[in-house]
Design a protein around this ligand. Structure first.
Ligand code: PDD
Length: 286
């Protein structure tokens, strides 16, 4: 039975209850984070909390906790569960008013704060060996994709298209330009050059995205951050997806066509090795 946190209480997940009037339930009105934990050390907690702060500020939702308080709550959740490597889920909604109204509730209504954790699902050896498939779709989400809000219906519909096609991810293009995946960032490799779309309102500023670009810089991997056209993405030698739970995964088919040779590329293998090394030498030590 896993231990969760709900509004200051620590309790078994199966016993946690929120009101059906909660604005997270009624309106998708809330912010979230997914924080990977390696050997019980939350990875880049400060960066996750900074991104949370940006989302909360844009949602005009006061942050209910200081960084020190978040760190303490997250520490208790990690300690209270069985796994060394975990994926901590944190969500804050605008709370439950007495009525369903679009207008924000009075300031006296407290936010709902919920945290849970799951074992961290590392990519399987087969996924790393063969890569994963992707489909593509027009990015029809709203124009604030930089915010990590719980209103994820568009992302769920887009991700499900991939799953229905036996693939792992849906790569999104907006007006002929690559944005990201339904729940990941996307990288392109062409002629040994690593390309990443710029951080703007069209993509989530991924924490893993930052790690990959930092590793590229530290290990002299040629890289560029710029807009990538759909044509460039379709002609790529390699495509990768990245997220806190997927790390860095090669995409070897797009819409049923091979990406490059149709096998994980040399740079994907190198980045995977760099990432694993970084994880085991830095992330696991906290
Ligand atoms: N999703 N883009 C989107 C739309 C995402 O949902 C995610 C992560 C990312 C990668 O961000 P990061 O590297 O910080 O995990 C990019 C998480 C894992 C989720 O919703 O479960």
């Amino acid at each position: 039975m896993s231990l969760c946190h709900l509004n200051g209480q620590y309790l078994p997940l199966a016993e946690a209850r929120v009101s059906p009037l909660d604005r997270g339930f009624l309106f998708g009105d809330g912010a979230y984070e997914v924080i990977p934990v390696y050997s019980r050390h939350p990875f880049r907690l400060a960066e996750h909390l900074t991104r949370l702060e940006s989302t909360l500020a844009a949602l005009r939702l006061p942050n209910p906790h200081s960084a020190a308080e978040w760190s303490e709550i997250i520490g208790k959740i990690i300690a209270g569960n069985a796994w060394d490597d975990q994926s901590v889920y944190l969500q804050i909604t605008r709370g439950a008013d007495a009525v369903r109204k679009h207008a924000f509730p009075p300031a006296s209504v407290p936010p709902t704060v919920f945290l849970m954790t799951e074992p961290l699902p590392s990519p399987t050896p087969a996924q790393l060996e063969n890569g994963v498939g992707a489909v593509s779709a027009e990015d029809d989400r709203w124009l604030h994709c930089e915010l990590k809000t719980v209103a994820l219906l568009a992302n769920c519909l887009l991700r499900q298209r991939a799953l229905d096609a036996g693939c792992a991810e849906t790569i999104l293009f907006r007006d002929g330009v690559l944005t990201e995946g339904a729940a990941s960032n996307i990288f392109v490799v062409k002629n040994g050059l690593l390309l990443a779309p710029p951080k703007n309102h069209l993509i989530l500023p991924g924490i893993t995205y930052d790690v990959i670009l930092e590793l590229a810089a530290a290990h002299a991997v040629p890289h560029e951050v710029r807009n990538i056209s759909e044509a460039e993405a379709r002609a790529a030698d390699e495509l990768w997806m990245s997220s806190s739970t997927k790390e860095v995964l090669p995409i070897t088919t797009l819409d049923g066509q091979p990406v490059g040779t149709g096998r994980p590329g040399a740079l994907a293998r190198r980045m995977h090795a760099l990432y694993q090394d970084f994880k085991n030498t830095v992330m696991r030590r906290g």
